[in-house]
Ligand binder design. Structure first.
Ligand SMILES: Nc1ncnc2c1ncn2[C@@H]1O[C@H](COP(=O)(O)OP(=O)(O)O)[C@@H](O)[C@H]1O
Ligand SMILES: [Mg+2]
Length: 274
């Protein structure tokens, strides 16, 4: 139920959070972001920037990593959620698809998908309908439904992980690095599915990606994270045209395409940090 006082358009608000691992390692240094209902919001940044930590702070998965939100707040639908356990959050409609597409390797594809429905209490028929819905988005999984998940390809496992999340009938999916380790064509296919799930099912996405290029083509809004701080944010179309983003994240500049090595050395003199 919507709290009358809550900002109606933002489902999720992360306010100035600080995250510390093992009591001493400060990883997030005041991260704030808003995720509007029905949108695709991208959290961008290189390896180690703090993307996964931010998603886990939202889904309350930090405890198992000895991490802790020590400052700030995480608000979902106007209510503070940082003291809930991950299962309670799933019941409220927020589910995370972990980086590295974790599947139950010994279960079949279909059994994996069905595990995603464990928090539901609306009966077998509804679950069966949603299984068919997942197979519509991922026809490949229907073909592979009797296969043991451990023997499917990386792309198929990413689809299983996303399909399993969909089986919980989420309002919001926190999607961590869906492109990781996948061939470009497959990455495009995965993002097309994100787009159609967003448009047809109204699922809100917060997605973490190192692949700035593809993420900014599908997201509506983006935040760029560096060393635990948001250094830039804006509508995706604006970020795509921003010269700094082009230079440092998209590997091009006004004088043409730069090699990755060039971009890396230019990183040291980033304009917006100095
Ligand atoms: N469990 C942990 N304990 C200590 N440090 C961690 C832990 N997990 C991540 N970190 C550190 O936090 C920083 C951010 O990591 P992470 O959130 O995984 O970044 P990203 O997802 O952007 O690659 C990195 O420096 C990483 O080494
Ligand atoms: Mg990560």
């Amino acid at each position: 139920m919507l709290d009358a006082a809550s900002p109606q358009d933002n489902l999720l608000e992360v306010n100035n959070i600080e995250v510390i691992y093992n009591h001493v390692i400060l990883v997030l240094k005041g991260v704030s972001l808003s995720v509007p209902k029905g949108g695709i919001t991208a959290l961008l940044g290189g390896n180690g920037a703090g993307k996964t930590t931010t998603l886990k702070a939202v889904s309350n998965l930090l405890h198992s990593e000895r991490g802790e939100v020590t400052k700030g707040s995480v608000i979902y639908r106007g209510q503070r959620v940082q003291d809930l356990d991950p299962a309670a959050l799933v019941k409220r409609g927020v589910i995370q698809v972990m980086e590295g597409r974790h599947c139950f390797e010994h279960l079949t594809v279909e059994e994996n998908l069905l595990t995603g429905a464990y928090t539901r209490s609306d009966g077998k028929a509804a679950v069966q309908r949603d299984l068919e819905m997942v197979y519509q988005y991922f026809p490949r999984l229907k073909e592979r439904r009797k296969s043991q998940a451990g023997y499917t390809s990386g792309g198929e496992q990413q689809m299983v992980a996303m399909g399993r999340a969909l089986m919980s009938r989420p309002e919001t999916i926190l999607l961590d690095e869906p492109s990781m380790g996948l061939a470009p064509q497959l990455v495009e296919q995965i993002f097309e599915i994100v787009k159609s799930v967003n448009e047809n099912e109204g699922v809100t996405f917060l997605l973490a990606e190192q692949n700035t290029n593809v993420a900014l083509r599908y997201a509506h809004y983006g935040y760029i994270l560096e060393s635990g701080r948001i250094v830039m944010d804006g509508p995706a179309a604006e970020l795509r045209e921003n010269p700094d983003v082009k230079e440092f994240y998209l590997g091009m500049s006004d004088d043409g395409r730069k090699s990755f090595r060039d971009v890396r050395s230019y990183r040291r003199r980033k304009r917006w940090l100095s």
